[in-house]
Design a protein around this ligand. Structure first.
Ligand SMILES: Nc1ncnc2c1ncn2[C@@H]1O[C@H](COP(=O)(O)OP(=O)(O)OP(=O)(O)O)[C@@H](O)[C@H]1O
Ligand SMILES: [Mg+2]
Length: 241
């Protein structure tokens, strides 16, 4: 079977994914605050719009205007594609209810033949819709089930500062692919790095890859070694064990 891979729209990243993200897979972008999760997701939607794959963002964290203004400040053309009806934004109400009301996004997906869906963020989705621990996995599994047939990218808060001390969350096991975004420090300098933890059914790079966020969004440098790890000694615990 030939697996179709979708372009992420992020310069350098498709090399990390050895071609792109497997069509109809579910990818989790996990990281601390301000690590680039939402911007990553914007690129993914824009790449879809350019490739004739309509996209939809299900927003929990911010409202539509904030989302569009943010994209404008980065010079990312989300607004243009929203105007052209190639990207659709759905703001979900922050009403605590046990079962999420996905009627609006699901109807849009059907009507507009949506191929790429962004959930920003899975963390807020869980805060709003998960009222007991036992329900956590099942609510995410239900959501993934509803998103069957599209390529999904969800953002998620990770509670680690140091990637070697990352604690896995239940959702890391439920998604097909997981990418961690973080920063590494060398003396007074911080550097953004990403690490693909897993991609079910496809090959990918597993090293720490440096990236930058600037006007124009994210740029990934898969052929470079993060300067912050040059001369670094592996810890005795964690990933490098
Ligand atoms: N115009 C810009 N130029 C340079 N860097 C920027 C610009 N806009 C945002 N950034 C960087 O991107 C970071 C935010 O990226 P993003 O919104 O994707 O983070 P996030 O991981 O979604 O954060 P949160 O968990 O708070 O939602 C900012 O903290 C800043 O470092
Ligand atoms: Mg965000």
């Amino acid at each position: 079977m030939v697996v179709k891979k979708l372009k992420t729209g992020i310069s350098g990243l498709d090399k990390v994914f050895k071609g792109g993200v497997r069509e109809k897979s579910a990818l989790l972008i996990s990281g601390g605050p301000g690590t680039g999760k939402s911007i990553f997701a914007m690129h993914f939607l824009i790449a879809g719009a350019k490739a004739g794959e309509p996209g939809m963002a299900i927003l929990y964290d911010v409202d539509k205007d904030e989302y569009l203004d943010y994209a404008d400040t980065l010079g990312l053309p989300v607004r243009k594609y929203v105007d052209e009806k190639k990207i659709f934004l759905v703001k979900q109400p922050l009403l605590v209810r046990k079962t999420p009301n996905l009627a609006v996004p699901l109807e849009l997906m059907r009507k507009r033949k949506i191929k790429r869906v962004v959930l920003d963020s899975l963390t807020m989705f869980s805060y709003v819709h998960v009222t007991e621990d036992r329900q956590y996995r099942s609510e995410i599994v239900n959501f993934l089930d509803r998103m069957n047939g599209v390529t999904l990218l969800a953002t998620s808060e990770a509670r680690f500062l140091n990637i070697d001390e990352a604690n896995f969350n239940p959702e890391d096991f439920l998604f097909d692919g997981v990418v961690y975004l973080t920063k590494v420090r060398k003396e007074a300098e911080f550097e953004r790095v990403l690490h693909v933890s897993k991609m079910r059914g496809q090959d990918h790079l597993i090293n720490l890859v440096p990236f930058f966020i600037d006007k124009g969004g994210i740029k990934v440098y898969p052929d470079q070694i993060p300067f912050a790890v040059v001369g670094w000694e592996p810890p005795t615990t964690g990933f490098a064990k």
